[in-house]
Design a protein around this ligand. Sequence first.
Ligand code: SAM
Length: 290
Amino acid sequence: MAYLVNPQNTVAILQKYNFRFQKKFGQNFLIDSHVLDKIIREADIGPEDFVLEIGPGIGTMTQYLCEHAGHVAAVEIDKNLIPILTETLAGYPNAEIIHVDVLKLDIAELARQKNGGRSIKVVANLPYYITTPIIMGLFESRAPIRSVTVMVQKEVAERMRAKPGGKEYGALSLAVQYYAQPEIVANVPPNCFMPRPAVASSVIRLARYASPPVDTEDERLMFAVIRASFNQRRKTLANGVSHAAGLPFSKEQVQQALKQLGLLADIRGEKLSLMQFAALSNQLKNSLTE
Ligand code: SAM
């Protein structure tokens, strides 16, 4: 089988099937073998691994994954790609093509059914229009995911690994860092894709924690407080949280909780670490029962 990462082979298969790129599906196919080698290496894929690939496209990365992994489940939404994948992956008995919208897929159930509930690794060149819902869906699914190694927009990768204080830091940084340790492992320019995306890309590896690095009595409350704190960046945290629909705290209650943690009453969300958000939400929860 000819590797698709060779641009001539990609063009040949696209022409054979008269394939039209669909912008709405975020279709930018990889055509650089160095990037693929790097992704496989950083994801640490071996014969014992079950890999979930989100959005295989024509199967460029899937071929590489199949050569290293025990099993690859490739989940693709675009029905026009299914016959192409059937051809390009024909030589790989360990490849499984699943035609479904990944946002509608029960990933915990997939791991249970296809891998006996053992942990899986996620590897993908993600469709950028739904990066955040995919990443959050993976972690919130409670599926046994060991790691997530994905190509994303460079700016989004920076946000995922941002620390308190900077302008990139926000709800996405905190959510990702609650579940995993992020590391940017490669920066990838637009000319590594066909067609070229308008933005620069990065590969980020999210190594899942066995248990979250902070203690929170109520995870949902903590994330609601985090979202409210970043809703309007120019507002103070106390204003954001006290005005959030669905949160029952007055401005005074929030200011009091901040004070008890040794924080300023007019502090902004971007100054608080994950540990401080966990402590704040615990404090607020207790204030409801006082
Ligand atoms: N993995 C291929 C590669 O690297 O060449 C293609 C990557 S392309 C950036 C993103 C892929 O995700 C496309 O094949 C697109 O059709 C698919 N996709 C988009 N939305 C999806 C969804 N909701 N569920 C599953 N696949 C999706």
